[in-house]
Design a protein around this ligand. Sequence first.
Ligand code: PBG
Length: 326
Amino acid sequence: MSSFPVVRMRRLRRTPALRRLVTETRPHASNLVQPLFLHEGLTEPREISSMPGVYQHTRDSLRKAAVEAVTAGVGGLLLFGIPVHKDPLGTGASDPDGILQVALRDVAEEVGDATVIIGDVNLDEYTDHGHTGVLGPDGDVDNDASLERLAAMAVAQARAGAHVIAPSAMMDGQIGSMRAALDAEGFQQIPIMGYSAKYASAFYGPFRDAVESSLTGNRRSYQQVPGNIRESLREVDLDLEEGADIVMVKPAGAYLDIVSLIAQHTDVPVAAYQVSGEYSMIEAAAANGWLDREQVVLESIGSIRRAGASIIITYWAAEFASRLER
Ligand code: PBG
């Protein structure tokens, strides 16, 4: 006997059934969104070297991957295009036959109503300098000139069949200008999921391989300072004022404090993006036998859900959706 009254916290942890009963949150398949990459002109799907298990797709393999993900029960698909041709204005981004518009049309035709098809709205894959907007004479990204290009891209995606558009360029006023452009073209019903709190993070490293980014500098003049919290609240408030329907935090794992804060701060759905570097770290450790892959992936996704995100964008979506309840 203990000499003081021990509180028996372990009572509810004793059996698997008890632990199951008292679990507060668990991710469902429908919480997960699968990012998919279509590479223009590719004849065979190509594995991304820094993201084993993730592919640059051909048009055929993209359709198959979309069907697989939807069959597994994912909540949505987030599409990216990798063009062959890049130029200073990122012309391919808004071209009706640009690679992402092709992807959206193909996937809409293949799985259409069975899922939510989301397009990433950002010029960075389409510009030869790799920035998310167009450059001004001083070499920095020209905010207001970029807004017009991004709005045109959003409209092109809506026309191609996107159910939701997701602006990730971090230009001031991007949500408002896209909302106006979409409304003017008759797309009042297309929601905007803003990458609202998007940090200038080194965790995006492998993604730059995935989309063959030509960026040589960094994005610190438009993405957020990692040490800041209150700035995220301001970004979220502004996006909501401008008409965002869903707000996102990115990256997820190293920014769960921000996910939690924003989930308490807003009354719209909160998304979080478990980015390429989060994926690659766990895959690399698992490949070395240092971590239990299955357990760690489920724990990492579960922690994002617990922090308050109801939409979790993750490269493991399709694979792990089939292991979760729908
Ligand atoms: C912009 C975009 C990026 C990511 C998603 N959308 C790259 C960036 O902002 O540099 C990163 C996703 C990831 O790292 O998995 N097109």
